[in-house]
Write a protein that binds this ligand. Structure first.
Ligand SMILES: Cc1cc2nc3c(=O)[nH]c(=O)nc-3n(C[C@H](O)[C@H](O)[C@H](O)COP(=O)(O)O)c2cc1C
Length: 201
């Protein structure tokens, strides 16, 4: 299903088309496509070019690891994410590898890599639904994530499916209007809370 953003100012089609479905088709994603998605993540910018991200990924035809990837998810997410072709976790390294001092941008940079992956996915008709609803301790345990690295988001990925295949309450959410704050609320100049002049024209 397409669900383009009702934008108030023109943006690239890829930005408009990206959204977070919960209905996924059973279609496989090719290894070639998967490699390109992580190549897109690879070329994200990062503080000191540290590239503080890692991705733990399981495809549904790898039953053992797919089952492991479902374990950390809260039930609300596992109920729909189990139908995606890929389940994964974005993991961030919390200190700079070169001197072991805290990298306060590790989460930011890992999010940027995930965003690039998502945009590349959209260009290939593949959709990504990220999730905060998982238990990081369980993820650490089942995937043996070392200390110094934190699983910061889970994600489900696949080709979109039919919203009618979802049970409630997911089905209604799938077709609910997409909403955002207006840009005037979060683009400021001069002082906090003062909407940037170019927004007002
Ligand atoms: C870091 C992050 C965590 C999220 N956690 C969940 C989640 O646990 N469960 C869920 O169903 N959606 C989750 N979402 C999806 C958001 O609800 C969704 O991105 C938001 O409502 C905007 O919708 P859109 O992505 O379709 O534009 C998460 C998204 C992000 C980026």
């Amino acid at each position: 299903m397409k669900n383009p953003a009702p934008v108030e100012h023109p943006v690239h089609e890829l930005i408009r088309e990206r959204w977070s479905p919960r209905a996924f088709s059973r279609n496989e994603i090719s290894s070639e496509d998967l490699r390109s998605l992580f190549e897109a993540a690879r070329w994200a910018p990062s503080s000191s070019n540290e590239q503080p991200w890692a991705f733990i990924v399981a495809t549904r035809n790898d039953n053992e690891n797919f089952t492991k990837a479902l374990q950390p998810l809260v039930e609300f997410n596992a109920n729909w994410a189990k139908n995606a072709y890929v389940l994964g976790f974005a993991v961030a390294e919390l200190a700079f590898a070169k001197n072991n001092t805290p990298n306060r941008n590790a989460h930011y940079d890992t999010g940027a890599a995930m965003s690039q992956l998502t945009t590349e996915a959209t260009s290939r008709g593949i959709f990504v639904h990220q999730m905060a609803g998982f238990d990081p301790d369980t993820a650490r345990e089942v995937f043996e994530i070392p200390s110094g690295w934190d699983a910061i988001a889970a994600f489900a990925m696949g080709y979109p499916g039919d919203p009618a295949s979802l049970p409630q309450p997911y089905r209604d959410r799938e077709t609910a209007p997409r909403v955002r704050k207006p840009i005037g609320e979060f683009v400021m100049n001069g002082k906090w809370g003062h909407t940037a002049d170019f927004i007002l024209k």
